[in-house]
Design a protein around this ligand. Structure first.
Ligand code: AMP
Length: 339
């Protein structure tokens, strides 16, 4: 089988986000790999020896130009955050290249309103949304549409503060969400349609500028400097969770998968993540879902404590994707994972 896999399919992804992990995982499972890079940004994929081949584009948005080339190479594209960031959902659906996961489900991630419907259908607790700035009666976080990595988000407590801070922002399409005070935890799941099993892969929290460094300055100095918080992501920090929370975490993931099957035929396939805040009374508030691999899994390129338990080590989310493809090939069930 090893030889057959090597010859017949190649794993390809855009050179950014979690590509190192995805390509390394694919190689570890015996696949040849292709990194699709933007000109001048190939270095990490060469230096870390994860790509058997590098295809260079001027810009990721030119991906459609290499559709037939990728098809000839029998490439399977693995989506990640950069991919969903540069391609519209329609463009992803139109792309004539094999794609890991269910592209139909992405629509439920792209649109924040649909995303809320999905999470509500799964019975999860969500932060309140304020329809008008005039309704603000508690701390809120303002999120811009299409903002990647939390850039430009800001906090407000009153309507007046909201309008004052909004003036300085360029983007005007936003949502106003209750700000939940608690510990942020991002849960990394993997759902296999072949075994119908939901796995917990790992957890992380983010390392954001400037919010994660404001605590290094005394409160008095923060006020004197007139600091505003921003949430621009710079990296990720690994977490293990309190063990007694795990049963609920499994249940949350399973209900998301169950709900997804009612939204789209075949539902959620492969890795996904719930972004949560846990309050002091240990209640989970879910404020976002990513229907693909998230960059928080990058820390666990060799393994996570949970992958150690489940796989005896040597399993990342990237490698788990390649393993799923391999199992699907062996069982003649590729149609269940390339949708
Ligand atoms: P996001 O880009 O949506 O993942 O959010 C960026 C940052 O804002 C992260 O640090 C989150 O923990 C934080 N955040 C987002 N939404 C909320 C919320 N409703 N309550 C508290 N923190 C939040």
């Amino acid at each position: 089988m090893e030889g057959k896999v090597k010859m017949s399919y190649k794993i390809a992804t855009l050179g950014s986000h979690s590509a190192l992990q995805i390509l390394k995982g694919a190689k570890d499972e015996g696949f040849e790999t292709i990194a699709i890079c933007e000109k001048g940004r190939e270095k990490p994929y060469k230096s870390f020896r994860v790509a058997d081949e590098i295809i260079t584009l001027n810009n990721f948005s030119e991906l459609t130009k290499i559709e037939s080339k990728l098809r000839e190479k029998n490439a399977i594209l693995i989506p990640h955050g950069t991919y969903t960031g540069v391609m519209s959902q329609e463009a992803i659906e139109r792309l004539k290249v094999a794609y890991f996961g269910n592209r139909k489900i992405l629509k439920w991630e792209y649109d924040r309103t649909l995303q809320r419907d999905w999470l509500k259908k799964a019975g999860l607790t969500l932060p309140k949304i304020f329809k008008k700035p005039e309704d603000i009666d508690r701390p809120v976080i303002i999120k811009f549409f299409g903002a990647r990595g939390g850039k430009g988000f800001f906090l407000a407590k009153t309507t007046e503060e909201f309008y004052r801070k909004l003036k300085a922002k360029e983007a005007k399409k936003y949502i106003i969400q209750e700000y939940v005070i608690g510990a942020p935890i991002y849960i990394h799941y993997f759902y296999s349609p072949i075994t119908d099993e939901l796995e917990i892969m790992s957890f992380d929290k983010r390392y954001e500028s400037n919010v994660d460094s404001i605590g290094r300055i005394a409160a008095k100095d923060q006020l004197d400097m007139g600091l505003d918080t921003s949430y621009n992501i710079t990296g990720n920090v690994p977490i293990v969770v309190r063990e007694s929370l795990l049963p609920e975490i499994f249940e949350m993931g399973e209900s998301v998968v169950k709900a997804s099957k009612k939204l789209e035929k075949q539902g959620m396939v492969g890795p996904f993540s719930l972004e949560t805040v846990i309050t002091p009374d240990l209640k989970f508030y879910v404020f976002e879902i990513s229907a693909r691999i998230v960059a928080g899994t990058n820390f666990f390129i060799n393994s996570s404590p949970y992958a150690d338990l489940r796989y005896n080590g040597q399993m990342s989310t990237g490698r788990r994707i390649a393993r799923e493809i391999k199992i699907a090939i062996e069982k003649n069930k590729l149609g269940e994972v390339l949708i």
